[in-house]
Each structure stands twice: as C-alpha cells, then as structure tokens.
Design a protein around this ligand. Structure first.
Ligand code: PLP
Length: 419
C-alpha cells in the first residue's frame, strides 16, 4: 500500500505502538505475567459500585438510555456535563470560567493530538514551531502526536538528591529556550512516568514565561487536581486565560469511557470544538451519562480525596516498603520522590546494562515494566541517565503480585550489577 507521509507516520512503528504491541504480545503469550507496565488505574471497589449503580439506573430508565445512546452530543461536548464542570471549577476552585471555557474530547489523548497540532508544527508563514517540555522524562503519549516531525523540545532537569534513596527532578529555567519558535509549553502535573509534581513556584514561573512569550501553558492533569487527585504532596490547582488545563475521567476509574476535559480560553475551545467536529463528529456520551451527577454535587472531589487518593497512597506505601525490603542495599538504586500518579520511577545509577536490556530480561521472567528511555521526549543527546531508569505501575495488580514482581526486579538488577 502506498501510504502518504501522514499514513506512514501514524500507521507505522511509533514508539507507543511498538511498546503497546510488545506488552500485549507478552500478555497473550500464555505465560503467567505480572503486569507492572501499562497505565491502567487500580480497581477500587467503592468507585466500581457507584458506577455499576449508575449504569443500572440508566439502563432502567428509557429516556436516559435513549439520550445516552440515541443522539449525538454537540462537537464541544455534552452540555449538561460542561455546565456541571463550569459550576464545579468556579465554585470549588474559584476559576473565572463559564461553559464557553470547556470542551470534551474522546479521552485527553485526543485533546493533546488536537492541541499540539494546532499550536505547533508548520505555520502559514513557513515557520516551524515546537512544543517546549520544561523537562524530560515526560509522558510517552506525547512523543508521536505531531503531524509534522520534530514537534517537541525538552530541557534536562536538575536532579536533587534527597534522603531515603530518593531524588527529585526540577525545571532548569535557564536551559529553556522559549521564543519565536515555541508554540506552547506543556507539562504533566503529576508527571507520568516519574510521579513528580512540579511545585507551585515552578508553575508560576512557567506561566510567566508563557505569558511573556505569548504562548499557552498546557497543564496535563490526567492524574491531578481536582480529580482524580493522585497527588500526595501540597499542590495548588492552577488556571488562567493563558493556561490550557487538560483533565480526564480515566484515572478516576473510567478509562473505557474515553472522556477528556479541556479548560481554556474561549478561542481555544471554539477551535477545538471545530476540530472535534471534523475528526469525531461528536465526543462519546458515556462519560457524561455516568458522572454528571457526581460532578454536579461535587461528590467527585470528595470521592477523589477520601476514596481514590487513600487507596493509591496505601498501595504506594506497600510498594515502597516492599521494594526497599527486597533490593540489595549494596546496589546504588534510587527512586524519584513519589509525589503523585501510580508509578515508581527507579534509577539504577551506572548500571552495566541498559534499561531496555533489563526490561527484556524481566519480560523473559514474566514481569512487565517500561524501560525509561521511551520517556525522554524532546531530548536529542544521548544522556546516559535515560538508559538507567524504569517505570513500574504499583497499582494495577494485587499486593501479592506486586511483591512477587518486585522480588524478580531485585534479582535481575542485582545480576546486572554483579555479573
Ligand atoms: N496524560 C497522561 C500524563 C497520561 O498518563 C495519560 C494516559 O495514561 C493521558 C494523558 C491520556 O489519558 P486519556 O486519553 O485516557 O484521558
């Protein structure tokens, strides 16, 4: 088949597709596999019960079922959900927004595709603009989203060594190159894969930089505030007219409904709604049907703080304790301070094998993690650090399997350093 440049780029071997294929072939190999690789959220019984109940009442009410299944929502998204969100954000967070500041997309992944390509890439005047990531590692899902090539640029972070075998990445503002070839700045907060939460001061500095250069600041809150709230450190939700906040229902426990939420100025929202009409006609209605009541009542924030966050915090505490118990203390392993998300980001300093080789050895033993090198989006040099890290999801399995997986990780890391 003779594919266009677009067809080749998007139908070919993008990093994320190769990784997903590799993970699914390991899973379908018939062997027992301990999955600590993907980004699936935890199964939280209390949330599942609420959603099941909501599904039942929808199915039992012909008018609601017809509205859910039998009509298209507007390209900007389901109006009831948008109104409920506008009310929630202005009342609970004090953001000066109305329904004209919100659009719904089929998952936030599709929002990023539209936003990145409308703000960066080729411009009519022949210039090429990029998305500036304040630092890498960053979310792998951005890496291949550009219709034009070379869409991202990122700076190296500084690495602060902390106590208890922890470290933290910080933005090196003097290494950022924001200027006429920047289309937007984008950061995930909390960050996938590291669990970093950039500080309020860093957010304010990024906002000032974005405003000074007349480009938007995109904050990816897929794990963040106000829901699902997977943040275990003080952090203030941030929005203004120059900020584009992207949220999602996925990590609240609903990745299957594919609902992304974009909060931005009216012009951005109108542009997104137009694109959504062309690409999708309308966004799916399921997320709205399942959560509008929870959002209207504000219950979604209570559930995030009182049910979801504590469930993840308990899993995090178990994962950290188990890892330290199982790892050989003579190995120079470090962990990014886990301030958010559902991941541990482990750094094996000066490890004699690459993180990709470690990934393969672990896969051969039935444990799936993600090699860290995939996440250094926008880094063009061969920074050794990118071959020394792995990401593990500590929430998508039961504790017994997590401990078993960590035992195998500890053995393989020891073997890598010692033999
Ligand atoms: N942003 C980050 C940081 C993510 O980790 C993910 C998914 O794992 C997404 C965005 C996309 O999520 P969704 O398309 O399910 O809303």
């Amino acid at each position: 088949m003779n594919l266009s440049a677009f067809g080749k780029k998007f139908g070919g071997d993008a990093g994320i597709t190769t990784l997903m294929d590799d993970i699914s072939s390991a899973l379908s190999s018939g062997r027992d596999t301990i999955m600590m690789g993907g980004g699936n959220p935890a199964n939280i019984p209390e949330i599942e019960a609420i959603i099941r109940q909501r599904l039942k009442s929808l199915a039992n009410d012909p008018a609601s079922a017809r509205q859910l299944l039998g009509s298209y929502d507007p390209p900007q998204g389901n109006s009831q959900l948008i109104d409920a969100l506008a009310h929630l954000f202005s009342k609970k967070l004090g953001w000066p927004i109305t329904r004209h500041n919100i659009a719904l997309t089929n998952g936030s992944q599709s929002a990023f595709f539209m936003l990145f390509n409308m703000l960066a890439g080729e411009f009519e005047d022949g210039t090429h603009k990029q998305i500036q990531l304040p630092m890498a590692p960053e979310y792998i899902g951005y890496a291949d989203a550009g219709i034009a090539g070379d869409l991202f640029t990122a700076a190296h972070p500084t690495i602060d060594q902390l106590e208890l075998r922890q470290f933290k990445y910080r933005v090196q503002f003097d290494h950022l190159n924001v200027g006429s070839s920047t289309g937007a700045i984008c950061v995930s907060r909390p960050t996938n894969p590291t669990g970093n939460v950039i500080t309020d001061e860093e957010v304010e500095q990024l906002d000032a930089l974005a405003q000074a250069n007349k480009v938007p600041l995109i904050i990816d809150g897929a794990y963040g505030l106000p829901f699902p709230g997977l943040i275990y450190t003080p952090a203030t939700p941030f929005w203004n007219d120059n900020t584009i906040v992207c949220l999602s229902l996925s990590k609240f426990g609903l990745p299957g409904v594919r609902t992304g939420i974009v909060i931005a100025n009216e012009e951005t929202i109108q542009t997104l709604a137009g694109m959504n009409a062309i690409i999708n006609l309308a966004s799916g209605s399921f997320g709205a049907a399942l959560t509008t009541d929870l959002i209207k009542s504000g219950e979604i924030i209570d559930l995030s703080q009182k049910v979801i966050r504590p469930a993840y915090e308990a899993q995090l505490a178990f994962a950290q304790k188990t890892l330290h118990r199982l790892m050989d203390p003579a190995i120079p392993y470090l962990m990014h301070k886990p301030e958010g998300t559902m991941f541990l980001w482990l750094w094996f300093k000066d490890m004699p094998i690459s993180s990709q080789t470690l990934y393969e050895r672990l896969k051969n033993r039935g444990v799936i993690v993600v090699s860290g090198h995939h996440f250094f989006v926008g880094i063009t040099d061969d920074w050794q650090h990118q071959h020394e890290c792995i990401r593990i999801n500590y929430a998508a399995q039961n504790p017994q399997l997590i401990a078993q997986g960590m035992g195998i990780i500890a053995e393989e890391v020891r073997r890598a350093y010692i033999s």
